[in-house]
Structures are given as structure tokens and as C-alpha cells.
Design a protein around this ligand. Structure first.
Ligand code: NAD
Length: 494
């Protein structure tokens, strides 16, 4: 029997929020899992004030980097030990398969471990003596930082913000998405435990679920919040960037995508088929980096798409708890309806629906938020279906004539998050990778991630970078010290 926390974490104390009660639903069954009483603006203020006090406590402020690293290692250990439970909670809350949610829990642990190591080995710089002085450039924590996340991969997104923020010496206000607070609360329990064991102030982390309109807005605008790390939709990101500009505080944005996957005529077809399927239909397409626009060389277009469609029709749709499932339900019935509306729009734009295009038949699917993996073609890249992020199991296929035509179409998008290239010609891969406007390019692979590799979106897909060893620096401010080394007086004393 899984335990779902209905308390939230405010200023180091687990208690019900003082905002709206929100029922969170298992999208595979439609059953209510738990009712979490959200945070209110008053809870956000309490959390921010306690966080500011916690950051200033000598027990935290005076820790040496390797001592903060010890905390991160402990969080990694607890996360690994609890991976099974964290995975089950996330599958219940998001509908994702257990295989995926287990990988996400372990990836969260890996992020804490990697940043602990990066912290232990980080260096500040000393510039050479100029005769009169030596300068030392140091990095200090910002203070209280906000982490605002979407519902699609909560534990991984949480770790990508909490780990560098704590490594850098800050306190964190985490605002998970309204539909999926449960795994963030479970991770919060583990972090509280690690803080308590280490004798550190528990108010260093608050987990504040609730709506973006109330809780997100209060977090963004709170005067003590000195940095915002945001992952979510482009329009929300834009409004958060405006608020950050008003406050003159740094912000990082990981936003939407409509990523092209390219299959050249010289690709290893078996590899490409598997990669294209995984790239769009894993996580039921609810992934910012989903390879949702497929460009196939015209000379192999019909044969490749024919084979692809026959494999899509064999994908096993079902609950995330069934080990045979490849495509789980969508996160919420409302989101399923939005995906269905996009496929209706595609039809009205003249798309051919090659497979899927509806909810699955069968009473086992009746209560869940399921949608069949869908392949569309016959649309121009300029259509809304090809330009807008659907965030579901919907692939649009387009032929291309030559490399210039491919690059023009691939880049004809407001987004620039990721790209996949399937080819045996590594020079061609390098050429396309250089010309394509995207923060991440996968060549003969897709959706692989390393905590050590920076991740950023170009164009409307984001601003700033997450992951990599520089992630810690993004949560710090630089301070330069000048040490006088010369006995000569300054000019005015002459
Ligand atoms: P969303 O923008 O609606 O919400 C994201 C988070 O912001 C939620 O916690 C929400 O409550 C909060 N929020 C909403 N309005 C707010 C406001 N005015 N002020 C402060 N906070 C506010 O996005 P979503 O629907 O939850 O997630 C899907 C989107 O996330 C997709 O566009 C997807 O591409 C994107 N995403 C991007 C990445 C990436 O790394 N680039 C990763 C995952 C998801």
C-alpha cells in the first residue's frame, strides 16, 4: 500500500496547506489518489521568510563545499534506496510506466551525486598579481531560489533544480505542478530527513503545491526570491521572465518544443525505426524533447512510413503498472482531450491519419485518460499541427528533398529544443547538426541524458542552461576580492 503525503512542506514543517484542496487522480483509472490541501500565498511568504533565515544560519552558511556535498550524497543515497516507492508514486500520479519512473528516480539520485562531485572539485579563480593587488573571484549563494516545475517528469525536474541550488548554498521553494504533487512531496520527505540527520535547518526546502495562478505567482513575486528556475510551457515562461525582469533577478527557462527527427536514406532502418518510435511515443509523447516532427528522405518515405505505422499499431497501450505496457495513459483526462482536439484540428487541416487518431476501444480503457499512438501525414510544415506543441502521442511525418530543404523545414519553427539524426554518414550528421537550431542534437540515438551534459533550449524553447557542472554557478553570484599587496599609497594619498 503506497503512502501519499497529503501534508505539504512549509518552512520545514509538514502540515496541510492553507489554500485550496486539490484531488490528484490516477490517470489509468480515474480514481482519486489523495487530496492535497495546496499552499496559499501566506504559506509561500512563511516559507520564503524561514528560508531566508535558514540560509543565514551558521550551521548552513559556514559549511565548506565538501560538507554541503555530503548532504547531496546522502540525498542521493536515500533517493536510490526509495527508488521503488518513488517510482510507484510517480506512476500512480502521472500514468508513466514503472520502467520509466524507476529510471527517473535513479536519474534524480544521479543528479544529486554528480553535483556533489562537481561541488567537491569546483575551483575559484585567482588572477595573477598586478604588483599592487591580487584578485580572487569567489562565488556566493543567491539566498532563496524558486524551482517551478511541470507535471511530465516531476522527480527528474525537481532534482535538476534542487541539487544545484543546495550545492550552491541556497534554500529552495519548490512549486510542483498542480496535477502531480505526490512524488515531489515524497522527495521532500527524503530531503527533510537528510537535513535533520545532518543537523541542518529543515526550512532550506519547502514544497508548495498548488495552482500557478496562486502559488506560482506568489513564489515568483515574493521579494525574498532571488532566482527562478522554471520548466514548463513557453507562454508561462515568458510571463515569469517578465516578472524576473521587473525584479532584476536571474531566471532560467526550460520550455516547449516541436523537435525534428531526421531519417536519411542511408540510415540503419531498424535502428531508425526503434529510435523514432521511442523518441515520440515513450512517455506517451508528453516530453518537451519528443521527436514530434519526422522528416524522412523522399526516396525512402513510403517504405519507411509503411513499416513505422505497422510497428506503431503493435505498441502495447495500457496502465503504467503493467510491465508489458509501452504507452501509458496521458497525465489527465483534460490533457487527453486537448490532444484529441489537436488531432481533430489536423484532420481539418487536411491530414491523413495513418494510425491511431482516437481513444482505444475496450472497457479496460474506458475510465483512463488513454489516447492511441497516432501518425499523421499530408500536412505542410507550416500547418498549426506541425508548428504547435501537442505534448501527446502524435507524430507528424513529412518528406524532404535534399539537405537544404531539410534544414529549412526543420528550422522553420519557433522552437529549438532538440533534434535527432539517423544516418550512417557521420559527415552528413555533423553538417546537419551544425545547421540545425537546437540546444541538443542526438545522432543515431535519442532521448539519452547525462547529468554532466548541459541542456538548454534555443529560440522559444528556453533561456539559460540546466545540468552540467556549471549548474552550480548558475545558482550563485560572483564576488571579486582585491587584496592590496603593495606598500605604495593609492594615488590620492600622494
Ligand atoms: P505550465 O507552463 O502550464 O506549468 C508549469 C509550472 O508553472 C506548473 O507548476 C504551473 O503551476 C506553474 N505556473 C503556471 N502559471 C504560472 C504563473 N503565472 N506563475 C508561476 N507559475 C506558474 O506547463 P505544464 O502544462 O505543466 O507542462 C508542460 C510544458 O512544459 C510543455 O510545454 C513542455 O514542453 C514543457 N517542458 C519543458 C521541459 C524542458 O526542459 N524544456 C521539460 C519538461 C516540460
Amino acid at each position: 500500500m503506497l503512502h501519499f503525503s497529503t501534508d505539504i512542506l512549509v518552512a520545514g514543517v509538514w502540515r496541510p496547506g492553507t489554500g485550496e484542496p486539490v484531488a490528484t487522480v490516477d490517470p489509468a483509472t480515474g480514481q482519486v489518489l489523495a487530496t492535497v490541501v495546496s499552499a496559499s500565498a501566506a504559506d509561500v511568504a512563511e516559507a520564503a521568510e524561514a528560508a531566508a533565515a535558514a540560509v543565514a544560519e551558521p550551521a548552513w552558511r559556514d559549511l565548506l563545499p565538501h560538507e554541503r556535498a555530503r548532504l547531496l550524497h546522502r540525498i542521493a543515497e536515500l533517493t536510490e534506496e526509495a527508488a521503488g516507492e518513488l517510482s510507484a508514486i510517480q506512476t500512480a500520479d502521472t500514468g508513466k510506466t514503472l520502467t520509466e519512473t524507476r529510471a527517473l528516480a535513479l536519474s534524480a539520485a544521479g543528479t544529486f551525486r554528480y553535483l556533489a562531485a562537481a561541488l567537491e572539485t569546483a575551483e575559484d579563480s585567482v588572477t595573477p598579481s598586478r604588483g599592487a593587488y591580487v584578485t580572487v573571484s569567489t562565488h556566493e549563494p543567491i539566498g532563496v531560489v524558486a524551482a517551478i516545475n511541470p507535471w511530465n517528469s516531476p522527480i527528474a525536474s525537481d532534482a535538476q533544480k534542487i541539487a544545484p541550488a543546495l550545492a550552491a548554498g541556497n534554500a529552495v521553494l519548490l512549486k510542483p505542478a498542480g496535477w502531480t504533487p505526490l512524488v515531489s512531496l515524497a522527495l521532500g520527505r527524503l530531503i527533510t530527513r537528510a537535513l535533520e540527520e545532518s543537523g541542518l535547518p529543515t526550512a532550506l526546502l519547502s514544497v508548495l503545491p498548488g495552482s500557478g495562478r496562486v502559488v506560482g505567482d506568489a513564489v515568483v513575486h515574493h521579494p525574498l526570491v532571488g532566482r527562478i528556475g522554471f520548466t514548463g510551457g513557453t507562454e508561462t515562461g515568458r510571463s515569469i521572465a517578465k516578472a524576473a525582469a521587473e525584479k532584476l533577478i536571474p531566471v532560467s527557462l526550460e520550455l516547449g518544443g516541436k523537435s525534428p527527427t531526421v531519417v536519411r536514406a542511408d540510415a540503419d532502418v531498424e535502428q531508425a525505426l526503434a529510435g523514432v518510435l521511442f523518441g515520440i511515443f515513450s512517455s506517451s509523447g508528453q516530453s518537451c524533447i519528443a521527436g514530434s516532427r519526422l522528416f524522412v528522405a523522399r526516396e525512402i518515405y513510403d517504405s519507411f512510413i509503411g513499416e513505422l505505422v505497422s510497428r506503431v499499431e503493435k505498441l502495447r497501450v495500457g496502465p503504467g503498472t503493467d510491465p508489458r505496457t509501452q504507452v501509458g495513459p496521458l497525465v489527465h483526462h483534460r490533457h487527453r482531450d486537448s490532444v484529441a482536439a489537436y488531432v481533430d484540428l489536423a484532420r481539418s487541416e487536411g491530414a491523413r491519419v495513418l494510425c491511431g487518431g482516437s481513444v482505444p476501444d475496450g472497457k479496460e480503457y474506458a475510465a483512463g485518460a488513454y489516447y492511441l499512438p497516432t501518425v499523421l501525414d499530408g500536412l505542410a510544415n507550416t500547418s498549426r499541427t506541425c508548428q504547435e506543441e501537442i505534448f501527446g502521442p502524435v507524430l507528424v511525418a513529412l518528406p524532404y528533398d535534399d539537405e537544404d530543404d531539410l534544414v529549412r523545414q526543420a528550422n522553420d519553427s519557433v522552437y529549438g529544443l532538440a533534434c535527432g539524426i539517423w544516418t550512417r554518414d557521420l559527415r552528413a550528421a555533423a553538417r546537419i547538426a551544425r545547421r540545425v537550431q537546437a540546444g541538443t542534437v542526438w545522432i543515431n540515438t535519442y532521448k539519452q541524458f547525462s547529468a554532466a551534459t548541459p541542456f538548454s533550449g534555443w529560440k522559444d524553447s528556453g533561456l539559460g542552461t540546466e545540468k552540467g557542472r556549471d549548474a552550480i554557478r548558475a545558482y550563485q553570484r560572483q564576488k571579486s576580492l582585491y587584496w592590496g599587496t603593495c606598500e605604495l599609497p593609492l594615488p590620492w594619498a600622494l
